[in-house]
Design a protein around this ligand. Structure first.
Ligand code: FAD
Length: 496
């Protein structure tokens, strides 16, 4: 199916991004329909921050690092959408991800840079997708066209992979589950000459209300279905008729200008998606009725994270470690053995992650689809799911009660209170204001609603860590070492 790139403008600008969100999308928050997400206080901080970063793509300082010139159209496009053909391309992509994650302090789990690799992963699997025949379209060709369309328009995607969390007592492929499936899970209800009509829910999609398009597919947990109508993978505009988004309670609405330095800006929102007879055009389907290629994409270790998530996690670890160190200094506890050891533990994880990043770069290879691909990261998302919570715990242990006991901005502005605050709430060689702002930052990492949402995100965003551990066990080749151990324990014991 042909794709029209004649109006494509390449790398997004801040203004274009903001205007693009005023498109009639159906977003619900706290029982009310949001008329314009760009001016609603629950979204506007995040939207304007993304607009700021989008503008960096056109700045003198970052343009060369964040964009490339498309050979097809001559547009300057975002490096997030660059298909890496060489090691140099991979390095360029790493630098771009460092900028995105550095500018957003490692807080954006689903920035535009992070979803692009999902489509790149599909692009790599395009031959397998084309192997599944459908009279209306070629799935592999659809992915290739979609990748070009996203790149040339610099689209911001969200994604939704899971079924609603209503009753997990039976696996979706279980026959007894069929009635519940029909009621809840996303499936095809009708085929038309234009595409398929779908109905059902998805739990959940981060950043959906502020995205351009939603990529919908099935995670490793849900991909095995007995009924083919439930197997589908596609992408459609966020304002598609019949698509409803229901937001969780925002963690962005706080008073004071520095009370919640991260939460006020980086609440990317999480939504339930309800599809009510939504049309998915044939040209937007990447798979239908056949789970084989999707299952294979998980089994083959196709990498959906790439630099974007690796750099983000590294940035987050560095921020947490640095904030913990500054806090320890600001209250004069850094020389205590236990505190120093805890900071050393945080640095250990940060360094380990750096070594892992070096390793996957060293093991980069040319994928059969002609795209340079980072080496295996099979254990990395599991490692971070367990390490992130530990780092939050260490930050809490180092900071003590100061994490919650800080004056507000208005307290500090009150001349009657101020002398007391300066006396009793200052730190070691730092003013009360400096200390308060530093601890408030830590509070947003380890205590606030925002901080807790981030921590929950880190645990779950790569899918259920236990499922991932089990899948890792099943795919991990231990035959060589098991063979040697078998040999060792089958030989007669040696006596002195
Ligand atoms: C902040 C946040 C953001 C997210 N963003 C996105 C997003 O943008 N896109 C997206 O697609 N997804 C997103 N997710 C969803 C994420 O992928 C899921 O949370 C994750 O896969 C776990 O699924 P679940 O939440 O439905 O938990 P459940 O699967 O319901 O698990 C609940 C508990 O039951 C256990 N359990 C469930 N099934 C079984 C079983 N068969 N056997 C044994 N134990 C079982 C689990 O281990 C867990 O302890 C996000 C999640 C969070 C928290």
């Amino acid at each position: 199916m042909a794709v029209d790139l004649s109006t494509a403008l390449g790398a997004m600008t801040g203004q274009r991004y903001i205007e693009s969100l005023r498109d009639g999308r159906e977003v619900w928050l706290d029982g009310e329909k949001v008329q314009d997400v760009t001016v609603h206080p629950a979204f506007s901080g995040m939207i304007h921050e993304l607009a700021r970063i989008y503008d960096l793509q056109h700045s003198q300082q970052f343009q060369d690092e964040m964009t490339f010139v498309s050979q097809e159209t001559g547009n300057r496009c975002s490096v997030s959408w660059l298909l890496a053909r060489t090691e140099e391309d991979l390095k360029k992509k790493k630098r771009n991800s460092e900028i995105w994650t550095g500018e957003s302090w490692g807080q954006l789990g689903r920035s535009p840079d992070i979803l692009a690799p999902f489509i790149t992963a599909l692009y790599k699997a395009r031959a397998n997708l084309s192997d599944v025949k459908n009279p209306h379209c070629d799935f592999g060709e659809n992915v290739v066209n979609y990748q070009r369309y996203c790149a040339e328009n610099d689209l911001f995607l969200t994604h939704a992979l899971g079924d609603p969390q209503v009753d997990r007592s039976q696996q979706p492929q279980n026959e007894q589950r069929a009635i519940l499936e029909e009621e809840l899970a996303l499936h095809v209800v009708e085929e038309t000459k234009d595409g398929v009509i779908i109905t059902g829910g998805k739990q959940l999609a981060t950043a959906a209300p502020i995205s351009h398009e939603t990529y919908v597919s099935l995670s490793a947990t849900f991909v095995q279905r007995s009924d083919p109508r439930f197997v589908l993978s596609f992408a459609i505009p966020t304002n598609s008729p019949g698509l409803k988004m229901v937001c969780r309670e925002p963690v962005s609405q706080w008073t004071g200008s520095y009370g919640h330095p991260l939460g006020m800006i980086y609440d990317e929102q999480d939504c339930m998606l309800f599809f009510d007879r939504v049309l998915v055009p044939w040209g937007r389907l990447f798979m239908l009725y056949e789970s084989g290629p999707l299952v294979q994409s998980f089994a083959s270790g196709l990498n959906f994270m790439e630099w974007a998530n690796l750099c983000r996690i590294h940035q987050r670890m560095r921020v947490m470690t640095a904030v913990a160190t500054m806090i320890a200094e600001s209250i004069g506890v850094i020389e205590y053995r236990e505190v120093s050891a805890k900071l050393g533990e945080m640095i250990t994880y940060t360094e380990m992650w750096q070594h892992a990043m070096d390793g996957v770069e060293h093991k980069a290879y040319m994928h059969e689809g002609g795209i340079m691909t980072l080496g295996s990261m099979s254990g990395l998302n599991i490692f971070f799911a367990q390490t992130s919570a530990r780092m939050v715990q260490l930050l809490r242990e180092i900071a003590g009660s100061g994490l919650i006991m800080q004056p507000s901005e208005n307290d500090l502005a009150n001349p009657e209170l101020r002398p007391y605050l300066e006396r009793y709430m200052r730190g070691k060689d730092v003013s009360v204001e400096h200390k308060s702002r530093l601890f408030r930052l830590a509070h947003d990492l380890a205590v606030s609603s925002f901080g807790m949402r981030q921590e929950i995100y880190e645990y779950w965003h790569g899918g259920d860590p236990n499922r991932n551990r089990i899948n890792l066990l099943r795919s991990y080749d231990q035959s060589e070492i098991v063979g040697r151990i078998e040999e060792l324990i089958s030989k007669p014991l040696r006596h002195a």
